[in-house]
Ligand binder design. Structure first.
Ligand SMILES: Nc1ncnc2c1ncn2[C@@H]1O[C@H](COP(=O)(O)OP(=O)(O)O)[C@@H](O)[C@H]1O
Ligand SMILES: O=C(O)c1ccc[n+]([C@@H]2O[C@H](COP(=O)([O-])O)[C@@H](O)[C@H]2O)c1
Ligand SMILES: [Mg+2]
Length: 195
């Protein structure tokens, strides 16, 4: 049985933390991080606002991300081995793929592949504060959050909702352990319902 789970939502909602926790708790589980598919800096457009447009779909190589998902779908055992995930003897027929990132549900070729779509959010002030504590490979220039990151988040979330994509919203203010416990239980129920 194959299960694809999306851990999407806003920047600093806690996606990477949750995905890593789930990977350590689920059998035969691989993670694909959308951040690994950012295009090189010299291919990122500069907007009229003067900011490099990192938070748009065109800044990500989504075709390459889709190919990676297809590689997992065609042979999850081989994919797991290549990514250093050893198959658990107790659950040889279960394979789980977690996709983790801030723009998971706006790219049409991927959107129907998920069995479950989570969407983490925190309030604006918390998001801005958490972001100010992060060190990205390309540091945020002053004003990027309000000038680019937040408006793009709102735009893409609006488009996702308008297109009718079904997501399960998660409150990113919950403690890490609570988020892990709740999603783990939900995923285990999905596995039971499909077996
Ligand atoms: N449930 C949580 N409660 C409080 N802080 C959290 C929680 N989850 C993650 N964080 C912190 O918030 C920041 C962003 O977390 P991260 O998992 O990298 O988010 P994302 O991948 O969504 O940007 C990190 O400093 C992380 O330690
Ligand atoms: O990873 C990178 O190379 C990178 C380079 C520039 C910017 N980012 C930021 O990474 C953010 C998405 O990652 P995350 O973990 O905050 O959801 C997004 O808001 C971008 O502005 C990321
Ligand atoms: Mg992250």
């Amino acid at each position: 049985m194959k299960l694809i789970v999306g851990i999407g939502g806003m920047t600093n909602g806690g996606k990477t933390t949750l995905a890593n926790g789930l990977r350590n708790s689920l059998p035969n589980c691989c993670v694909i991080h959308q951040d690994d598919f950012f295009k090189p800096q010299d291919q990122i457009a500069v907007g009229e606002d003067g900011f490099k447009q990192w938070d748009v779909l065109e800044s990500l190589d989504m075709e390459a991300m889709l190919s990676t998902v297809q590689a997992w779908l065609s042979n999850p055992q081989k994919f797991a081995r290549a990514h250093g995930v050893s198959t658990q003897p107790g659950a040889p027929d279960i394979h789980i793929l977690l996709l983790e990132g801030f723009l998971l549900y706006n790219y049409k070729p991927l959107v129907d592949l998920y069995n479950r779509r989570y969407f983490l959010t925190v309030p604006y002030e918390e998001c801005k504060w958490r972001r100010s504590t992060r060190n990205y490979t390309v540091p945020d220039p002053p004003g990027l959050f309000d000038g680019h990151v937040w408006p793009m988040y709102q735009k893409y979330k609006g488009e996702m909702e308008a297109s009718g994509v079904e997501v399960v919203y998660l409150d990113g203010l919950q403690p890490r352990e609570e988020l892990l416990r709740g999603t783990l239980e939900d995923i285990q129920n999905s596995l039971l319902n499909r077996s």
